[in-house]
Design a protein around this ligand. Structure first.
Ligand code: GDP
Ligand code: IMO
Ligand code: MG
Length: 436
């Protein structure tokens, strides 16, 4: 017997996160993996996220609520790293309430999660308008201004709504924001937004507001399995993404530590998810973007329109230097490839293996990724034309898809253990890789 905790014997927290510019299919795959877990926990981002799930012919888009919510008996936690807009949150609840049992017992919100105020949304819009052509292409959900108030130590947190002077705290922050808004050439009317927001705050009080870092660690210590669900993607990370065209949180594995209160040595598997090609919504560099008819066809075939804003997503070929970077930063242990079915109609596949940059060939993302001088160098691989959406086993995939998977595994030095071939829960092929 030892007096010391044997940390190795405790269950670790697994993480699932995006390796590209978001929308890799995180929602779908978290839903597929949920039966293997007891707790699903979102660790960062907010309603800028749109996570789509499909099953039984119904499609759901979640923004704040974790993607494990459709499985009974599973806990879903919105962690301290998330920013919550009570209006959007309550709308999500209203859309779910008839389909989900015991939502009040199964959906838990961290008291330390920050609140998005109506004036945060206005500040986001005013800032984007002032940037003109240089705009980030924000989802305008108030994400940047809310995280700025968090790091600037001015923010309001979910736990504040339980305090007696919440209204005063709110009014003080609102008037700070109004002073800033006055410096922009930006007109607004706060009245209706504020009314709806305050009403939603009242409704939020029916939910379990908890110290989620204790819950997550206690569940883990009790032998329960926890899956941390990321939002956005690594190339949108505030530190390692294509700055300044990024979001305002750490979207990477380290973000799961700070966004849930999980120690780094308690992280287990890291599932890195990527599309068989690549998309981006909003402004910023995208070396493999296809501005031609092929890109247009990808958008159509992949239904590449934003789940949150409906904006068309920019499309292009897969980018291996960017993926290698994302795998390194996140410590990815298993890869998940989605949307393999979309490539069925494209003939041969192009894979970017390097960039021509300043007269040199490089296989990494340079600091000046914003530079126009980044020409992708492609390798061509044989494509496939078979419809993959009806396949039920990885053993029946076309040889050239198998070849593509093995090529990527070798290049990325990481096993691909799940291949998604359609938006539905059932269109998921599990793959035994000899390395796992
Ligand atoms: P997330 O933000 O990472 O959860 O991804 P989104 O939900 O924003 O975007 C992914 C889109 O692709 C959604 O419309 C999904 O329903 C859809 N999707 C997910 N996996 C697949 C797949 O393997 N094939 C196809 N065709 N669609 C998929
Ligand atoms: P999910 O979780 C794709 C992009 C925006 C914009 C930039 C900053 O569904 O993958 P923000 O509103 O965060 O200030 O926007 O980040 N963006 C996303 N793109 N998927 C997302 O989330 C995104 N969340 C933000 O388009 O370029
Ligand atoms: Mg999305």
């Amino acid at each position: 017997m030892t007096r010391f905790k044997n940390l190795d014997k405790l269950k670790k927290v697994d993480v699932l996160l995006g390796l590209q510019w978001g929308d890799e299919g995180k929602g779908k795959v978290v839903d597929v993996l949920t039966p293997e877990y007891d707790v699903i926990a979102r660790f960062q981002g907010g309603p800028n996220a749109g996570h789509t799930l499909e099953f039984d012919g119904i499609k759901h888009v979640l923004h704040t609520i974790p993607s494990g919510i459709f499985h009974n008996n599973k806990l879903n936690v919105v962690g301290n790293g998330v920013v919550i807009d009570p209006i959007i949150f309550m709308k999500e609840i209203d859309a779910l309430i008839d389909m989900v049992d015991n939502i009040n017992d199964r959906l838990l919100l961290s008291r330390k999660a920050h609140l998005i105020l109506p004036t945060h949304r206005l500040l986001d819009a005013a800032s984007e308008q002032a940037k003109g052509k240089q705009k980030i292409g924000s989802t305008l959900k108030g994400i940047g201004p809310t995280y700025m108030d968090k790091t600037g130590r001015n923010g309001l947190r979910i736990g504040d709504i339980e305090t007696a002077d919440f209204k005063t705290k709110y009014e003080n922050l609102r008037s700070k924001h109004e002073q800033i808004l006055a410096q922009f050439d930006f007109e607004y009317d706060l009245t209706e937004m504020e009314k709806e927001w305050l009403l939603s705050i009242e409704k939020l009080k029916q939910f379990s507001l908890i110290d989620s870092e204790h819950l997550v660690n206690n569940e883990r210590k009790a032998g329960k399995k926890v899956l941390a669900e990321g939002a956005q993607g690594t190339l949108l990370d505030i530190d390692f993404g294509s700055y300044p065209f990024v979001t305002s949180s750490n979207t990477i594995t380290a973000g799961a530590c700070t966004g849930l209160g999980v120690a780094p040595n308690q992280i287990g598997e890291v599932y890195g998810i990527f599309k068989a090609y690549c998309t981006r919504v909003g402004s910023g560099p995208f070396p493999t973007e296809l501005l031609d008819e092929v890109g247009e066809r990808m958008r159509k075939a992949g239904h590449e329109f934003g789940a949150t804003t409906g904006r068309p997503r920019r499309c292009g070929w897969i980018d291996l230097p960017a993926l290698k970077y994302a795998i390194m930063i996140n410590g990815v242990t298993q890869l998940i490839m989605t949307k393999a079915d979309v490539l069925s109609e494209f003939g041969n596949i192009q894979v970017c293996t390097k960039y021509a940059h300043k007269g040199e060939e490089i296989d990494y993302l340079p600091f000046d990724v914003l530079s126009e001088d980044m020409t992708p160098i492609y390798e061509e691989l044989p494509g496939w034309s078979e419809d993959l959406t009806e396949l039920s086993s990885i053993d029946s995939i076309p040889a050239s898809l198998n070849n593509y998977i093995e090529y990527l595994e070798n290049a990325l030095e990481t096993p691909i253990t799940i291949v998604s071939v359609g938006p539905d829960r059932s269109q998921t092929l599990m793959r035994k890789s000899e390395q796992v």
